[in-house]
Design a protein around this ligand. Structure first.
Ligand code: NAD
Length: 331
């Protein structure tokens, strides 16, 4: 990808409403897998995240940026969380937009709606981890969480491996039917369970906004692959910290994993060090063996990085230009 293959003197605009038509889960998966590999080899770098309380509308606003020299993609995602949007404006609370720049000249290249893109790139990240780290014979998928992101996570996971059953737990059990609906639409039976029954799962995705662990070490069987996707902020926590000491821990970006990801708690408690956390891209590149035994617990700490957004936005721009669906403005 080269940031969309539009001429350097034009700005490509792809609004939010077009993303669903332009971005397939397959394209998101490929873009994320590729950029994780580039990050691990040092060819792509995420910049420090800026996140500020605006003191207006109780909003949190920030930037996630990076440069992928291998893919020729430079840019940032700007946006955040406006908690009153739904009630006051009838639009979703998470709002973001991706901006891409020509890495040779710094000229702006594209502006891409970032809301659906974020959900699809987050789901792609856990799926990439499942592809590279779950046991080949994994049959039961466990879900912890049933909010907005959970349905995207579940759909993507069901397309990554052939699961025979989905089991799910949620803090608010009344939300579980949304997961049942997604699983059954994919032809896979769904069962609501209590946390200890997650021991039956071969793969578990956690995607909650919790600040205290739900999934404890005793709920996880040897050989399980965990994709912990909900913890992306200091203080959030989904799984018991001792689980990270029992597991081989992988992540998208080590610096984020140990500061704002699930690993922050195990590191703070002295249970593991940052050196024990491996970028999943190293497995994709063949520099790390990944899972080495049937009984090993693997844990992917997905914190969400700007380069994921940029990689997927670049794929969207390319598709929009190729299909004549982009708005193109001369600079
Ligand atoms: P949501 O508000 O739609 O759903 C929240 C989920 O958390 C629900 O399942 C809810 O029942 C559960 N929950 C709430 N309080 C809980 C508690 N005390 N204990 C256990 N579970 C609880 O949110 P969402 O949009 O689905 O996002 C879920 C999480 O994923 C958030 O923390 C969000 O910041 C994070 N996220 C991460 C990435 C990433 O790249 N890693 C990307 C997007 C979102």
């Amino acid at each position: 990808m080269d940031g969309g293959k539009a001429p350097a003197h034009e700005l490509v605009i792809v609004p939010e409403g077009m993303i669903a038509d332009l971005l397939t889960r397959r394209a998101a998966f490929d873009a994320v897998e590729q950029v994780f590999a580039a990050m691990a080899s040092g060819a792509a770098v995420n910049f420090p995240v800026v996140r500020e309380a605006l003191g207006h509308e109780d909003a949190l606003y920030g930037f996630k940026g990076g440069f992928d020299a291998a893919g020729g993609v430079l840019g940032l995602k700007a946006g955040g969380y406006w908690p009153h949007n739904l009630e006051r404006r009838g639009i979703i609370n998470h709002q973001s937009t991706v901006f891409l720049f020509d890495p040779d000249s710094g000229r702006v290249r594209a502006m891409v709606g970032g809301n659906l893109l974020t959900a699809l790139r987050t789901a792609a990240a856990s799926s990439v981890s499942i592809k590279h780290l779950a046991r080949p014979d994994a049959k039961v998928l466990g879900m912890v969480g049933a909010g907005h992101q959970a349905t995207f996570q579940l759909r993507a996971a069901l397309e990554t491996r052939t699961f025979e059953k989905v089991i799910g737990w949620n803090y608010h059990p009344e939300m579980l039917p949304t997961l049942a609906h997604v699983a059954e639409a994919a032809g896979v039976p769904f069962e609501a369970v209590e946390l200890p029954e997650l021991a039956e799962a071969d793969v578990i995705i956690t995607i909650t906004s919790s600040f205290a662990p739900s999934l404890m070490a005793a709920h996880v069987s040897p050989g399980t692959h965990l994709a912990c996707m909900g913890t992306d902020t200091k203080g959030k926590q989904e799984v018991e910290a001792t689980l990270l000491a029992r597991a081989t821990v992988f992540t998208d970006e080590v610096a984020q994993s140990v500061s704002i990801g699930e690993a922050q708690h195990a590191v703070a408690a002295g249970l593991i060090t940052a050196g024990a956390v491996t970028p999943v891209g190293a497995v994709i590149n063949g520099a790390h063996p990944g899972r080495t035994s049937r009984d090993e617990i693997t844990l992917f700490d997905g914190t969400g990085v700007g380069l994921q957004d940029l990689a997927v936005a670049a794929a969207i721009v390319e598709e929009a230009v190729a299909r004549g669906m982009a708005t193109i403005v001369p600079l």
